[in-house]
Structure formats: C-alpha cells, structure tokens
Design a protein around this ligand. Structure first.
Ligand SMILES: [Zn+2]
Ligand SMILES: [Zn+2]
Length: 130
C-alpha cells in the first residue's frame, strides 16, 4: 500500500516501485504503444470489431477492453467496437455489463422492497407442441 512500496507488476511480473500506475514503467510504455496501434488501426478502419482490432493492432482483447473502460477509446465513436458483457458475454457498448444484465441486477437489488409482480405463468407454452 502507498507510494514507494515494491510490488510485482500484474502484467509482466517484474518487481517495481508502486507509483501512479498499477503496472511497471516498462508496461506503461508498452501500453502506450498498444494504445497508439489501436488508434492507428481504427483510423484505417473504424468498422473494426474488438477482435479484429486486437488482431490488426496486436493488442489483447483484454487490454482494448481496458482502454474502452478507461474511456481512452470511445466505443460510441466506432460502430462495431463493443465489449463482451462480463455477465452474459453478449457484446455491449454501455459498460462492463449489458443493459439487460444491468436491469436484471437492479431488479434483484430492489427485490425485497417493492411488491413483486406475479410470475407470468399463463400461456407460457410449457406444454406447447413444437
Ligand atoms: Zn510490467
Ligand atoms: Zn449481459
């Protein structure tokens, strides 16, 4: 904890002095390079998906996801740049989890307070012939 302590870099395992970044200086530099490569590829083709971008820029999907969460890359600027929802894996632009999962989360949070709507059990087609 605090500044001046030694810690292992989560990215490359190198020992480094904790500073304003959570990775070592070598990785900070590399991440900058990776960011530049992403921007470059997106300039060439703004329709890239995160996977295509990862391949073209040789940057891991995880790192690109981070750029997007840090808002260094604005997913909204690129039609196909979305990230997999952390909960269901569906591609989303809105954050770590997609809108459906976010709503589901909110619902389960409010679960105890409001009256719960009765489950929709009529005509659900359980016995329906296919
Ligand atoms: Zn490192
Ligand atoms: Zn989801």
């Amino acid at each position: 904890m605090g500044i001046g302590n030694l810690q292992n870099c989560p990215r490359c395992e190198r020992l480094f002095v904790t500073g304003i970044y959570d990775v070592c200086p070598v990785c900070v530099k590399e991440i900058e390079e990776e960011f530049k490569r992403c921007v470059q590829q997106l300039k060439l083709n703004k329709n890239l998906t995160i996977y295509e971008l990862s391949e073209a820029a040789e940057v891991s999907v995880r790192q690109i996801t981070r750029f997007i969460f840090e808002r260094r890359l604005l997913a909204s600027d690129f039609p196909n740049l979305s990230v997999p929802c952390e909960s269901c894996g569906k591609m989303t632009k809105v954050g770590r989890v997609c809108i459906e999962c976010r709503e589901g989360l909110q619902k389960s949070l409010n679960h105890n307070e409001n009256q719960i709507n009765p489950p929709n059990d009529k005509g659900f087609g359980y016995h329906s012939k296919k």
